[in-house]
Design a protein around this ligand. Sequence first.
Ligand code: ADP
Ligand code: MG
Length: 674
Amino acid sequence: MEPQQRSPLLEVKGNLELKRPLVKPPSRLPLSGSRCKRRFDQMEDVLEPEKKRTRGLGTVTKFAISHHRAPVGTTVPQTQGQAAAPKVPKKTGPRCSTAVASVLKNQKAAPAAPAQKPGTTAAPPKLGGKKPSKRPGWDLKGQLSDLNAELKCYRERTQTLDQENQQLRDQLREAQQQATALGAERRTLEGELARVRAQAEQGQQELGNLSARVLELEERLGTQEGLVQELQKEQLGLQAERRELTTRLEEQERRLQTSEAALSGSQAEVASLRQEAAAQATLLAERGERLHGLEMERRRLHNQLQELKGNIRVFCRVRPVLPGEPTPPPGFLLFPSGPAGPSDPPTHVSVLRCDERRGTLSGAPAPPTRHDFSFDRVFPPGSGQDEVFEEIAMLVQSALDGYPVCIFAYGQTGSGKTFTMEGGPAGDPQAEGLIPRALRHLFSIAQELSGQGWTYSFVASYVEIYNETVRDLLATGTRKGQGGECEIRRAGPGSEELTVTNARYVPVSCEKEVETLLLLARQNRAVARTAQNERSSRSHSVFQLQISGEHAGRGVQCAAPLNLVDLAGSERLDPGLALGPGERERLRETQAINSSLSTLGLVIMALSNKESHVPYRNSKLTYLLQNSLGGSAKMLMFVNISPLEENVSESLNSLRFASKVNQCVIGTAQANRK
Ligand code: ADP
Ligand code: MG
């Protein structure tokens, strides 16, 4: 600590040291208490002989009175008080005073008793210690003289005593004053002492506080030192980091300079590229104009081509023999080559039927009957899904160009309708059916056309028609598999468009969404399936895709539905079967199916023959598809055939139905342009 900054406590201590001598040295007063006391004792001593003397005087007086035969009563009061002494002459009569005076005169020769010193015990004066010889009674004069001498002696002593008394009184007063002064001084000192003690206590307390503060500060100092060390370490780290950053900054600056140089070069390049881009944009606009013209021309030609191919086309597809199935006899199904040879895709199919019931007259088995059919295209077993799709891709594109398209799969149960439409086992891309392939194709063309300013949107629905009731295959939640009743209604009053109430219409824009919908439809069908009734094969599944396209720049719009229909099994009920309760139900189902399938055939015929009345209303299926079957629509029917000999009867039925459809020609299609 700095020497100049004395702590308050040290100051207090210094003060205490300075003030201590104030108490110790002897009082500056002239008299100490003891001295004063002694003086009082002395005063007592001084006073005491006086009393004694007074008493002695009394005695003397008595003595004198005893010797004084003269008026005794008058002398006694004179000797009782000191103040009375001078009055003696007054109270004595003139005669008496004369007598006393004469006595005193006579005693002049007698030695006066020496004045007693204060403090010494005064023995009563021996009046006439050496008793003068007794004066004879008659010697009155002598007696008087003795008495006077004695009186004189007393007076002197009285005087001396008065003086002493006065002196002692003065001393007493002085002592009292000193005592008062000392009392005052004592009180002052006591006050000062109390103050000094309080200061000392305060100092002690402050000292305690300061010690605590010192400890605290030392502790803080320790912490601060630790912190300082940490900061120093951190500083070292930061310095290293700073050096590294500086190096990096320099590197970055170098790069920046290089980049700036490159940038200025690029800017010049950009300017020239902008000019070029402007020229290209002009060119592009011209080309766009031309392209649009070409696109419209392509659509027209495409449609012409489709029309040339026929608005109603029939493809025959024979599925392969599945593992575990009996191999059909050789030549049971024949696929003769086209006119252009084996490279020509087949369009003919021949079925050889051996009818054992028919016999020749000779009894030998009748030769097999050959049934020949020709279609727009025939797909023998082993034709891949991609091969099949290739043939219909152009037709699907017609839907994008604004022409309604309807693709059916017709055939007996197990002939491969669902395989053709939806595909084989999930996860096998080769086995993908027409629906996912068609949609993928549409999405990719729509994407290409978006470059020409076309915007397309697709909305999918998937319903099932079973026993003339419509059920949503895309139902979710509580409606899933319940088959809540749906109705086919016009979209609005006076509208040609049809819609299915309670059915979900789901916007789709990618394959993944379509996959999800197909999976949902499969689940819904699985829920409805029962052991006795494979309902999916007893109902028509209709996948509808509403396609809407718009060229905002030119105000052109087009809209058309693409329908992909997996028809119910076309097989007839075996007439030989016993009609139990299950079979009766089955019979009702079959009649409904047969009715709706024959209605489809009749509708196509009526359209082909341009009849005024087309019986769309005769079945839910034709009623729902009426907008996709009429004049401007394009229709394709797959007739799916089983390769097995045991199914030959049903195969021939299907082929005959398909042939009738194939003979139909529906009038020139018109694109639904607005
Ligand atoms: P449908 O729907 O007409 O009742 P499916 O499509 O269910 O008939 O076909 C019956 C069976 O034959 C299925 O197991 C299916 O996978 C198989 N199948 C059908 N067509 C083909 C084909 N072209 N290639 C391979 N397997 C097929
Ligand atoms: Mg099926």
